[in-house]
Design a protein around this ligand. Structure first.
Ligand code: SIN
Length: 517
């Protein structure tokens, strides 16, 4: 199968990209790959919203730029922040034209506040913004005739010069595993777009769904594409405790934005010890503050006190979180909410230029798997969906123009060789894969978390080398399946995180090594 454009991943980035290119040029054929159902993935769980300057009286582009820089530890690329912040408004207007609903007040978009923002600038759909966006985009993309949606397909590897025996430093599509047909399929493409999200599953406790295993990052690593800032893994300060395996329910930052306070196990407010903005300090500061309080105490959590928020406000602003809390026996009108920091977002990833193109020609990366320079060492809350829509648009415009350029001579896309590995079949040792996955998650959770030390990173490196060797043995002896693909990606990314972390000798943003103090 040969496509003009292959899009891998169906969160907000992949979907907006696919909609734009296919609508603007109905003569191209686009393949859109999703790992599970089209509407699964990280976007649907985004609660907070999209940061965008819409109130030019109390807010300004300059303020948003400054907040993004400050949250990112000034490690961001200022030029990137500038165009993202300035182009955001137009991109939001397009989402509105596509029928996505955001909450309004007196006929204007309702703007709320989250930590690290000096003004109210988060647009949202109650507390299920990502869900609203995801459903609307999936509905829209399914109606476009020149987009072929391939559900239940997982990325195995990118097709590069090595597969087609050339030296154009180019990507020619991807090999993917089809769950239903149980085989590896060759998808040739003139342009390939990764929108595969992050790798929260490297940790035992994460807000990410089980699909977030860093598939795009792993494939890029094997294709030798440059990646940066992988140790900048952001922990969201307030995952709901008790933590559950798989995916931890998020208690949105919006709750602190509208007045909830953090208390330690003795019921005492503590954030003033860590930052002048207390609960509304940048996310890395709040996460470290909570982790320090947990270390000092005897409980594995702290509390959010949201009793000052009225029932009416809960129902209007955070109905989904309210229902969840009630369903597990916590009444937030009368009780504290136990919370703990959990792995949430990869600030680094595949290095891309301002059109989202990587150094491998014809390979683009959008959304969490990319490193655009916007986030620096710590992402400002609700800047991720903003980055997604701005960079998807830029990538779409660039791809449409690139399709008019001549293709590399001597490459016959229809004749790209099949996957050389073994054929897909049911993997007969699922327990081994599962136990290695758990071991990997334990290593990352215990040793490569909010606070690191040189000694602990050394231990992590040894443990990861061992896991890597085991995974390689399985990979060499067995036929590939989805679980093994995921594990291969997870161990590569974990290994890279540890390697890069060992080289960072100043604490910045989310990265904190006690030996750097
Ligand atoms: C939240 O609602 O707290 C999450 C927002 C984000 O991660 O940007």
């Amino acid at each position: 199968m040969v496509y003009d454009i292959l899009v891998i991943g169906t969160g907000i980035s992949g979907l907006t990209f696919a909609i734009k290119v296919s609508e603007q040029n109905p003569n191209i054929n686009v393949a859109l790959i999703s790992k599970g159902e089209l509407d699964e993935g990280n976007t649907r769980y985004a609660q907070g919203g999209i940061a965008v300057v819409k109130d030019f009286v109390r807010d300004s582009f300059e303020k948003h730029i400054e907040d993004t820089l400050e949250a990112g530890g000034f490690q961001n690329k200022k030029k990137v922040i500038e165009f993202v912040v300035r182009e955001g408004g137009q991109r939001i207007d397009e989402l509105l034209q596509w029928g996505i609903q955001f909450d309004t007040q007196n006929g204007q978009l309702h703007l709320t506040k989250e930590a690290g923002h000096s003004a109210n600038r988060i647009i949202h759909h109650k507390d299920i913004t990502g869900y609203e966006i995801q459903q609307a985009l999936v509905k829209k993309v399914q109606k476009i005739p020149n987009v072929t949606c391939l559900k239940n397909h997982t990325l195995v590897d990118l097709i590069t010069d090595h597969h087609v025996q050339s030296n154009y430093n180019r990507c020619y599509g991807a090999y993917v595993i089809s769950k239903e047909q149980k085989q590896i399929i060759t998808l040739g493409a003139k342009l390939t777009v990764l929108s595969t999200g992050g790798a929260g599953q490297l940790y035992r406790h994460t807000t990410n769904p089980p699909e977030s295993t860093g598939d795009g990052l792993g494939a890029a690593y094997r294709a030798k594409v440059y990646m940066e800032n992988l140790p900048f893994v952001q922990f969201h300060p307030t995952g709901l405790f008790p933590k559950v395996e798989g995916r931890t329910f998020l208690i949105s930052e919006v709750l602190r934005g509208i007045g909830a306070k953090l208390l330690n196990e003795k019921g005492i407010e503590f954030m003033s010890q860590y930052h002048r903005d207390k609960e509304l300090a940048p996310r890395d500061v709040v996460a470290r503050g909570i982790a320090s309080e947990i270390q000092k105490g005897t409980h594995d959590y702290v509390y959010l006190d949201a009793q000052n928020i009225s029932f009416k406000k809960w129902l209007k602003r955070l109905p989904n979180i309210y229902q969840k809390l009630i369903s597990i026996g916590i009444n937030p009108l009368k009780e504290y909410i136990p919370v703990v920091p959990v792995a949430h977002y990869f600030c680094g990833g595949i290095v891309v230029d301002e059109h989202a193109e990587s150094e491998l020609k014809g390979l683009y990366a959008v959304g969490e798997c990319s490193s655009t320079g916007l986030h620096g060492a710590n992402r400002l809350a609700s800047n991720s969906l903003l980055e997604s829509i701005v960079f998807s648009h830029r990538a779409a415009m660039h791809c449409l123009a690139s399709l008019n350029e001549p293709l590399p001579p001597n490459i016959i896309y229809e004749k790209i060789p099949k996957w050389k590995g073994k054929e897909y079949q049911e993997f007969n040792n699922p327990e081994i894969t599962q136990s290695l996955r758990l071991k990997l998650q334990d290593t990352m959770t215990n040793h490569v978390s909010i606070f690191k030390t040189n000694r602990i990173l050394d231990i992590a490196e040894k443990e990861m080398n061992h896991i890597y060797t085991e995974v390689l043995k399985i990979y060499n002896r067995n036929k590939l399946d989805v679980e093994l693909c995921e594990l291969r990606n997870m161990v590569s990314i974990a290994h890279l995180i540890i390697q890069q972390a060992k080289k960072i000798n100043t604490n910045q943003g989310v990265f904190y090594n006690i030996d750097n103090e």
